[in-house]
Structures are given as structure tokens and as C-alpha cells.
Write a protein that binds this ligand. Structure first.
Ligand code: ZN
Length: 162
């Protein structure tokens, strides 16, 4: 038997779709409702079959996706655009403070052989790590990425079954 070529899949209540939030679980329609839920991250979506759109129902910030026949495309919401300005700001926020610390340590280097000569390098690394973590935290919050569910699933897959 030959496989049918993977053509576009229409968006319908009968289809099975990958969750656009966690990109891991599968969406299934909830009984008697025009809503889908994910079997992994438990997010609930409302569907608009005419517009081929899915909207996150349990989120303060509205988020929508458009089904293009193969996958989900994020629909830009008014007023929450994730523009280049914000990305540049995030990069600057990550790189500027460590650069200043590094510059200070190289303009005024510690005395060679002194006990805290290692401190500036560690401080630069720490500054970079903390600022990177803050930006990552905002990104996780924005995309509503289920970090803990993933860690839990990963942990379960690492542990041997009892
Ligand atoms: Zn999900």
C-alpha cells in the first residue's frame, strides 16, 4: 500500500493537531464544546473553523494561531508585537552590563598575584548569566512555555519505571 502524499490537512473538529504552545502534546476536542485541550500542558483553546484559527482561552494575554494546513502560524495581536526594538533591547540588557564590568576590570586590573585576581572574570560571567536568565524568564512568560511540565516529563523519562 502506498502512502498518500502529505497534503494540507484541513482545520476541522475531527482533526488531530499538535499543541501550538508546548509543541509536544496533541489537541483533542472537548466533549460537547467548540474547544480543544492539550493532553500535555492542559491549555484550553477555542476554535474558529471558518477563519482556521485557534485562540488560547485560559490566558490573560490573547494569543492566536492560524492553521495553514501543515502547522500553526502565530497571529500577531494588536499592541503586543514582539518587534526588533524589543529584541535589540534584550540583547543590550544581556551584553551591556557584563561589558561594563569587563571594561572596568581591564582598565583597572587587579594586582597580579593578589588573592582576588579571579574575581573580575567570575563577576563578568555572573552578570551575563543573571541578565540572560532575566531575559529568558520574560520570554518564557510571554510564550507561556510550560517549563515545569517539560522538566517533569523529562525527569519521568530519565527515571526507570517502577
Ligand atoms: Zn500543549
Amino acid at each position: 500500500m502506498s502512502h498518500p502524499s502529505p497534503g494540507p490537512i484541513p482545520f476541522s473538529s475531527q482533526g488531530v493537531y499538535r499543541c501550538p504552545v508546548c509543541r509536544y502534546g496533541e489537541l483533542s476536542q472537548m466533549v460537547m464544546m467548540e474547544a480543544f485541550s492539550c493532553n500535555f500542558c492542559d491549555r484550553i483553546f477555542t476554535a474558529n473553523f471558518d477563519r482556521h484559527q485557534l485562540q488560547l482561552a485560559d490566558n490573560a494575554q490573547p494569543r492566536s494561531w492560524y492553521w495553514n494546513g501543515r502547522g500553526w502560524q502565530g497571529v500577531q495581536q494588536q499592541g503586543s508585537e514582539f518587534g526588533w526594538g524589543l529584541i535589540l533591547l534584550a540583547i543590550a540588557f544581556c551584553l551591556l552590563p557584563p561589558t561594563i564590568v569587563w571594561l572596568g576590570a581591564h582598565l583597572f586590573p587587579p594586582l597580579p598575584g593578589s588573592r582576588l585576581a579571579w574575581l573580575p572574570d567570575v563577576w563578568v560571567g555572573l552578570t551575563l548569566a543573571v541578565h540572560g536568565a532575566i531575559v529568558a524568564g520574560f520570554a518564557i512568560e510571554y510564550y507561556q512555555f510550560p517549563v515545569w511540565l517539560f522538566l517533569r516529563a523529562w525527569w519521568r523519562s530519565v527515571l526507570p519505571p517502577r
